[in-house]
Design a binder for this molecule. Sequence first.
Ligand code: NDP
Length: 467
Amino acid sequence: KQADIAVIGMAVMGRNLALNMAEKGFTVAIYNRTVERVDEVIAEAGPLAERLIPCRALEHLRDLVKPARPILMMVKAGPAVDETIETLAPHLDAGDILIDAGNANFRDTVRREKHVRSLGLQFLGIGVSGGEEGARHGPSIMSGGAREAYDRIAPVLTAISARFQGTPCSAYMGPDGAGHFVKTIHNGIEYADMQMIAEIYGLLRYGHGLAPAAIADVFERWSSGPLDSYLIEITARALRATDAETGGPLVDVIVDSAGQKGTGRWSAIEALDLGVPASAIVAAVDARGISALRALRAKIVARFGAEPASRGTATDAVIADYEKALIGGKILAYAQGFSVLNAASAEHKWNLPLAEVARIWRAGCIIRSAFLDRIAAAYDRTADLETILLDPGLSDLMADCLPAMRKVVGEAALEGRPLPALSAGLAYLHALAQARTTADLTQAQRDIFGAHGFERTDKPGSFHGAW
Ligand code: NDP
């Protein structure tokens, strides 16, 4: 019996993907560098073990998988992927397909795709989102690479992916690094979405003095409105949890210093490189960075950390404003994320299917939400939409949220409360909405110190001032 596909890397993600595939009826050869893991997985797989074929040495994979062999690597991102490719490639036949399903930087994927193709093999870089639960029961899958290679494994990916109202959340994004790029921007948007939620939590918690459980109630209510999403749902769950040791809210015993693995930062770097504003995403990455500067924060608190006055009761009207501020912030974060995708698509000639991107994010992944339906609809209406802010439906929603967002951000600034991502999103909109920017002055300054020249409003050409 030969396997339909192989999975290399039996840590939490690879193991769960392999079990997911077995559950959908595929036979899967499994391998892990530390070989004992393979037997552990089979021992714990229950009835699914029937569809798992243990592989104890990479050179055996060739005999264990049906050609053209799809081999999915789910190993630690970085050099482990290159090492696996180098060890495995000599034991494969032309046309076999190596798939990197880890969180690769798309630039590495572009490089690996070229290299693997030069060896006569095929290479796919696929972004998998949804954490371990997603991997086991249905992730969102963003694939990049040669179309023929994708078509060969599409049935497996489609079968294991999440479903949104019956539609699989798996799709072909484009050549080489397209899939990993889309996954990177997914994570950038995830950072912004999470940060904005945390900012509103901060107002309710420290501005109004609401207990975490009461804030959980607020988020739970929002779950049945436009904000309905996985992140809002887990926010309510996180705030409701109590600590077994202290009996108090669990959030209160968690150190306020956020970690990051790099994909949010990659989003920011790529946006800057492309010259596309992604200020809300950048602010969210920075907010994690600032949270990690605990020693410095302690010193700055001593000098500038005056406790603002209480915001009083969180009335229904106040909470309604917070909901609108969060919806507005969300629209702006997605507007930035999709603008980065749009620009990257043109730059790398990927022809990214943006409606499809929004559709496959509706279930399975961390930013899954009903809101993405609106974005998919916007790109369905206008495939070459410049920004979702110009879609009639989304721009109406943004306009409706704008007064509340201004009020919330403005008052917070006056009180000295930080709303970095919401403020950055709002400033982005305000900056885009200027009929005349102040870049006239910038151009004048540049001409004075660097003779860079400027264009005139009244005639064509390049000019210098007689400064
Ligand atoms: P890890 O990122 O912790 O990687 C561990 C796996 O990589 C083990 O199977 C390990 O083998 C193998 N490995 C490490 N170094 C090498 C090497 N030099 N050669 C061969 N194999 C090696 O596992 P995860 O399951 O958490 O993640 C896998 C990938 O999925 C990563 O790219 C991650 O970023 C991505 N991802 C993770 C998510 C998550 O929620 N965890 C979500 C989405 C994507 P050994 O047992 O021998 O050490």
